[in-house]
Design a protein around this ligand. Structure first.
Ligand code: ATP
Ligand code: MG
Length: 479
């Protein structure tokens, strides 16, 4: 109660104010009188065949029952850009209960923001009821972040509540019109991201919007309107109040957008990496770590571009590897045994993230597995790992761990000869493998020091088979 009061006073006193304001900065209430721009098919060019069955079916079903229903948000933006939307959201004046009653295969989800998932075959359409533009009654935290918002409103209200003008357009598949309240069409043509309303107020309501603008700018190749951009640096700290699970979701969207490299660069340009993710701070400030992470992100983008799966465990393992590595080295320097030290370093690296980023257990288990297999690759360097090399090949997570090791070699962390040895070993037949196991270890063969320390027998080095590395190992496919 007190919190709500304080936050209200705080927001009233602040430069920004609380009411949603239009793109021009005028209060939404005044803007609401303005008629939206309505584009006919000849002007917008969207054909209904580009909609999914679920998007059409949901809108048609709702409209037949007497409700308003539109495809909204990113899907309309993408359709106008000629891009295939990755999913479809629908906005309606029907309440969640009414939507649920109309579609047998549907369920109401969410607390902070109640919506309905409607299933059409394997497709899931997210249906949200128009939200009110007046947030004065919404429950907020002490910083003005909206915690819960289930007060319904009109379509105009709903448009004012959306984040960016290009994300606030509605497509009616029955009338075949595009409805635009905030100049989204013009911004789309100018390829600019503009927040709806007063930027500071909108970031305070939901700091994740600062991450979203960064992601969309990188993904769409749009510029950020100067007013939208201006407060980000000063307000970035508000991200620390966002629940870690929401940050994790947003981070996943960013990393799996197919434009992760561009997104991370943009985050840095907007000064958003500091504090958001301790891992980004660490990584982006270590030359070796940065090369490794950027390579991992590049491979991820390539895989997504080719329509291949990406494992979140691999990605997070890559993002946190140098953090783990430096802790591991410090522990070993302090006299700890290698493997226990590695396990401790892994735990510490994951635990450091926990406060900020809720990495799910399933993902952290994958990360641990990929990391803990790394020393087994390294050990062939001086011959110690040869005995267990064939066994490692059979490990369930071998492929992911091997891809990871290739990145380490490519970024200069480990000797290229180790990666080459494994690549040749994978490709070899049984006889060749046996020969490789009894040949000189890669470090000795490469003339590196310390290799002969084990007294590995000096034999003629076998000619290696041509590397199958062209199989373009990237982050392991989701299994
Ligand atoms: P993507 O292509 O990444 O899915 P999107 O624009 O569809 O992009 P979603 O997260 O799917 O993004 O959200 C759907 C729509 O909901 C957005 O286009 C926007 O209108 C609205 N929206 C989502 N998140 C917010 C937010 N934090 N604040 C205001 N509006 C939001
Ligand atoms: Mg979407």
């Amino acid at each position: 109660m007190l919190r709500k009061f304080i936050s209200k006073v705080f927001r009233r006193g602040g430069a920004a104010g609380t009411t949603a304001t239009g793109a021009t900065g005028k209060p939404a209430a005044r803007q609401r009188k303005r008629a939206p721009t309505v584009l006919a098919k000849a002007e917008h060019g969207i054909g209904n065949e580009r909609l999914s069955r679920g998007a059409r079916g949901t809108c048609e079903g709702l409209q037949k029952a007497g409700h308003q229903a539109y495809v909204v948000g990113g899907a309309v933006r993408d359709l106008l850009l000629g891009v295939d939307p990755k999913d479809f959201d629908v906005a309606t004046d029907a309440t969640p209960e009414e939507v649920h009653a109309l579609f047998r295969r549907s369920r109401i989800i969410g607390r902070r923001f109640r919506i309905v998932h409607v299933m059409f075959g394997a497709e899931q359409v997210e249906v949200s009821t128009f939200r009110t533009a007046d947030l004065s009654e919404a429950e907020t935290d002490a910083h003005g972040r909206v915690l819960r918002d289930n007060t319904f409103g009109s379509m105009e209200d709903d448009a004012a509540r959306r984040d960016f003008t290009v994300n606030a357009m509605y497509y009616d598949p029955v009338a075949e019109t595009v409805i635009d309240y905030h100049g989204g069409i013009a911004d789309l043509r100018a390829r600019v991201l503009r927040i709806i309303g007063d930027p500071e107020a909108r970031y305070r309501e939901d700091p994740v919007r600062m991450l979203r603008v960064t992601r969309f700018a990188a993904k769409l190749g749009f510029s950020i309107d100067p007013r939208t951009r201006a407060p980000i640096k000063a307000m970035a700290d508000l991200l620390s109040n966002v629940p870690s699970s929401r940050l994790f979701d947003e981070m996943m969207k960013l990393l799996l957008s197919g434009h992760a490299v561009a997104c991370v660069r943009q985050l840095r340009d907007e000064h958003l990496h500091h504090g958001l993710l301790p891992l980004l701070d660490v990584i982006l400030e270590q030359p070796l770590g940065e090369k490794f992470v950027m390579l991992a992100l590049q491979r991820t983008d390539e895989r997504i571009g080719m329509g291949k799966g990406v494992s979140p465990g691999f990605l997070f393992a890559a993002l946190l590897w140098h953090e783990t590595l430096s802790r591991w080295n410090a522990l070993k320097d302090g006299g700890a045994h290698a493997m226990p030290a590695l396990y401790q370093a892994m735990n510490e690296a994951i635990d450091t993230q926990r406060d900020k980023l809720a990495i799910q257990n399933r993902i952290s288990a994958d990360m641990r597995e990929i990391w803990s297999l790394q020393p087994r690759f390294d050990r062939v360097r001086d011959g110690r790992g040869l005995r267990t090399a064939a066994k490692l090949l059979e490990h369930q997570r071998f492929r992911a761990a091997y891809d990871f090791m290739l990145l380490r070699a490519e970024s200069g962390e480990i000797d290229r000869a180790i990666a080459d040895w494994w690549t040749a070993f994978i490709d070899a037949d049984d006889a060749d493998r046996a020969a490789m196991l009894s040949a000189r270890p890669p470090a000795a063969a490469a003339g590196a020091d310390g290799a002969a320390a084990d007294g590995a027998p000096k034999r003629r080095r076998r000619r290696r088979r041509k590397s199958p590395g062209d199989a373009a190992p990237g982050p392991a496919a989701a299994d």
